[in-house]
Design a protein around this ligand. Structure first.
Ligand code: KG4
Length: 342
């Protein structure tokens, strides 16, 4: 089954052609990061307009790259939630138009479920059940993936997402946006115990996380040093920060797998590119006897290939949208809202 998939939930316009949930024939991603960089974060209005400007051309490009013709497409899939509402609406409306014009089904896909499916592309042998940890610029959560489409939330951040926290700390240190990678680079060779930083715990909710206190702690260290005119060991501050984020994520996902009795852990999202987090995950999974699935960096960020792969399983489970499909800025991972007419 050939699916043309569309992803426009944030600042990447992406179109892919996928086959049967596992094979990627074309994967075209246009990042807008350069446009948002001068503002230090994503500007929703600019994101929406930029999606409008290039989605048509990207869809043509994906079809061409896949070496197929439009009439070979069996279904159109689209990310409809969660994300920036204006950005999502561009993809949803484009997908509706395309599905109608081609006379094929329209498959609605939850963005975070798509991130989990990035692992099916990277690891053809991977099948549920497993525990998934998704850490990106907008989300940080741990989920129980019971089947391809029965996915339950185990815990999530109560405030900032991990990536958002990386980006804000990087901004205070004067690093470019998005700050995760530059901060990761800065941390190399730093002393990760130089700065005692908080690791938040939420009473009674072992899998929930909180990153805003950690962010504030780093910001205060930087501001206090600046006010006193003191030089800071930025390498060690970056390393201490990465260690604190990693300590907030890695033990939780291992504990979740232990509790559920699963021997597989899959990770996804842009922050999964972090070298400290990757190193800690590999070590912790090995010690706990779990198999770790860490997709390559190219599949960690937003892309439409992951949406097309999840769409196949959603389709098999009966997901079909009609022309009343609307976008949703927020939506729990286990819910669907595509049946609700607006
Ligand atoms: O999944 P993603 O590409 O986009 C969404 O948020 O949906 O994730 C982007 C996030 C940004 O916050 C970025 O700073 C962070 O992933 N990131 C990293 C690294 N590379 C990207 N954070 C920490 N270390 C990295 N190496």
């Amino acid at each position: 089954m050939l699916i043309l998939a569309i992803e426009t939930s944030c600042d990447e316009t992406a179109v892919a052609i996928t086959e049967d949930g596992r094979r990627v024939l074309a994967d075209v991603v246009r990042s807008q990061a350069d446009m948002h960089a001068i503002y230090g974060g994503v500007v929703p209005e600019i994101a929406s307009r930029s999606h409008v400007a290039c989605i048509g051309a990207l869809a043509e490009m994906a079809v061409r790259k896949a070496g197929i013709s439009k009439k070979d497409i069996d279904a159109v899939a689209v990310t409809y939630a969660p994300g920036l509402i204006g950005a999502l609406l561009v993809g949803v409306n484009f997908a509706k138009g395309l599905a109608l014009a081609l006379g094929v089904p329209l498959i609605p896909v939850h963005h975070i479920r798509g991130h989990i499916a990035a692992n099916y592309i990277a690891y053809p042998e991977l099948e549920p059940p497993f525990v998934a940890m998704i850490v990106s610029g907008g989300n940080s959560l741990i989920a129980d993936v019971r089947t391809y489409t029965d996915i339950r939330l185990m815990g999530a951040t109560r405030d900032d997402a991990a990536g958002e926290c990386f980006d804000k700390v990087a901004r205070v240190l004067g690093l470019p946006y998005p700050g995760g990678k530059p901060l990761d680079d800065l941390a190399q060779g730093g002393d990760d115990a130089a700065f005692p930083l908080p690791r938040a715990k939420i009473e009674g909710h072992p899998y929930d996380m909180s990153f805003s206190g950690l962010k504030t702690a780093v910001v205060n260290i930087v501001h206090n040093a600046r006010q006193r005119g003191e030089a800071l060991d930025l390498k060690s501050l970056a390393a201490s920060f990465a260690a604190a984020v990693s300590d907030s994520l890695v033990p939780r996902v291992i504990a979740a797998a232990e509790e559920l009795g699963y021997d597989k852990i899959a990770v996804a999202g842009g922050v999964a590119a972090n070298s400290r987090i990757r190193r800690d995950l590999v070590r912790a999974a090995q010690e706990a006897g779990k198999t770790l699935y860490l997709p390559p960096l190219s599949l960690c960020g937003d892309n439409a290939a992951m949406i097309g792969c999840q769409a196949y399983y959603e389709y098999l489970a009966g997901a079909r949208a009609d022309m009343t499909l609307n976008a949703r800025a927020t939506l729990d991972i286990h819910e669907n809202a595509w049946q609700a007419a607006f």
